[in-house]
Design a protein around this ligand. Structure first.
Ligand SMILES: [Mg+2]
Length: 213
């Protein structure tokens, strides 16, 4: 199975809807050790995705994802906009403008490229209680999944949720939350929560698309 452009749009639609459903929860988690605005920023990114989806004409998958990335980079207030902007631009990296369909190898390369892009802007790694605790294992799971796009997205979403649960056992080492040290034990990292939702939305989007046919 390969990813058609319509399946890719469905992935982003479901990710945006999941983000929208969870904005209050994200802000509540962020308010414990941060400034409580993560849900607001994620809500803006979800709105951006949904409006780009409704405006889209026959642009390529690459330019669609890149436009989401540059849109997120422009979202002010905290680090979430820029982080997701870089993640999405990285995700689009391996695509060519004439790709009508995305095969398994390309999808795996998209995950790897997103991780590389984040590696360039953060020193956070697994165990530091950031979104990298979700992105890194999700990427590794995608890379070692069978060569089938739905298997890749399923593996990434499952590893993302395992990585997210691990952050509850960790002490924050980055961002404002690091000032709270051991008090952060028991609370997941809010960026890890939103990244896990993104990958869960991707998986849900492709499953719904398969069911429609
Ligand atoms: Mg915040």
């Amino acid at each position: 199975m390969v990813l058609t452009k319509e399946s890719l749009f469905s992935m982003f639609r479901f990710a945006a809807l999941l983000w929208q459903e969870n904005t209050a929860r994200l802000s509540e988690i962020d308010s414990r050790f941060g400034d409580g605005d993560h849900g607001v920023t994620i809500g803006k990114m979800a709105a951006l995705i949904l409006s780009r989806l409704s405006e889209r004409r026959d642009e390529s998958a690459k330019s669609f994802i890149e436009s989401l990335g540059s849109g997120c980079l422009e979202i002010a207030g905290g680090s979430a906009g820029p982080l997701y902007g870089v993640l999405l631009e990285g995700f689009a990296g391996p695509l060519s403008d004439d790709d009508a369909e995305i095969g398994a190898a390309t999808l795996k390369a998209m995950f790897s490229s997103a991780r590389s892009a984040l590696f360039e802007i953060t020193k956070a790694r697994v165990g530091d209680k950031t979104l990298m605790d979700v992105l890194i294992p999700a990427t590794e799971a995608a890379e070692s999944a069978p060569d089938d796009v739905s298997s890749i997205l399923r593996a990434a979403a499952a590893a993302a949720s395992r990585g997210l649960r691990e952050t509850e056992k960790q002490v924050s080492k980055f961002g404002r939350a690091r000032n709270y040290g051991e008090k952060t034990l028991g609370t997941p990292d809010v960026g890890a929560v939103s990244t896990a939702l993104l990958f869960k939305g991707f998986q849900r989007g492709i499953e719904e698309r398969a069911r429609d046919r």
